[in-house]
Design a protein. Sequence first.
Length: 464
Amino acid sequence: MIRFFRHYVPLNLLLLVLVEACILGGAIYAGVGARFFDANSVPSGLQPLLPKAISFSLVMMGLMTASGLYDPDWQGSVRALLQRLGLSFGLGLVAMSLLFYFFPVLLVGRGAFVLAFGIALVGILASRILFTRWARTAALKTRVLVIGTGSRAAHIESMLAQRGPASNIQVVGYLPMGGSHHFVDHARILDSNESLPALAARLNIGEIVIAVRDRRGGGMPVQQLLECRLRGVNILELSSFFERENGHLQLDSMNASWMILAEGFRQGMLRETFKRLFDLLASTTLLVVALPVMTLTALLIKLESPGPVLYRQERVGQGGRSFIILKFRSMCVDAEKDGRPRWAHQNDSRVTLVGRFIRRTRIDELPQVFNVFFGDMSFVGPRPERPYFVQDLTQKIPYYGVRHTVKPGITGWAQVRYPYGASDEDATHKLQYDLYYVKNHSLFLDLMILFQTVQVVVWGKGAR
């Protein structure tokens, strides 16, 4: 894993991005070279090619990111890959045509661009095939030794089982530290009288994960761990391991002292200022662009069922302050006629026909742009919940109130990483992603979330 602005990016994914950026940029040079055969015969009006190559790479990689082709957890079939590539390159053709129209200086000529486009498509397909095969080998996998065989270590075992061969790590074995109950595969428990540094050297260990709950009584080999660290072996707490590998803070492996001492959880005036300026610019732009869609949606809601077009509801925002959130009404007006708040469920009978469509496409969220403009919300942040659920979940789930230290958002890390939540258990899982965002939020992570939100909208993930 490579860390950018406090966010972890898998090394193999980073290499894929760099390779495909070179393929896309090189395709422009190859297309122009194939069209004019000789570099000396390229018209002077097409020079220099570098800005054109960079523009093409940025547009295509942005669309491929929005299509989910750089999602580290995506394990789609060949058919799904072809569908997403087809969508990306189809939209890329339209986007580049518009770019050439508004910025003629980037034009490379019809023939050269068609050749470059075809070369880029073939190159990306080839890179994906090779990368898929290479990613399953042990070439880039980190060899990990886990200290502990209890329930905490078993979480690592289950995570690896879910990921399969696409995982970036290879657990070599589990080293018991006292206790008679083993929750991991007994065949993978190491029985060695070697010292920890000797064992790590013999097994070529690159990382040691400490998954022991009780470390009192002198059972932890502190001096041996220190020697391993000085020899270049990375040492990680289980909480930090899950933060890096899963992009969330696992509640049952963390404690208050870790949160206090860990890097992150910082709020600063500069960060808040940049985030607010971005929200103002983006909300104003989106209001102008989305006005026709919002007008049509309001008309359809009014025609289908009686009642208000907008749905107003109290939500809890930054610092625990309440505000009124705006959404297009997607349910019948008496959805909670008994006055009791309840979660929305799959195929909820309270949802109208128009409501089902605008929920699936996330159009019902568009009026929240006004909440962003007036400062109650941000574009990116934890989703705001109703006071009833906040009060209930705060009592049930540890650290739930931490999510209110930042502004709530229209979209967030939990929304793009976890399906729609409709229970206390779902709320617990989503909180783990919200805590990761609170700890590591940055402009880089916000942009990643926005790109992945496009993917969620396009492919209809998690809509109810």
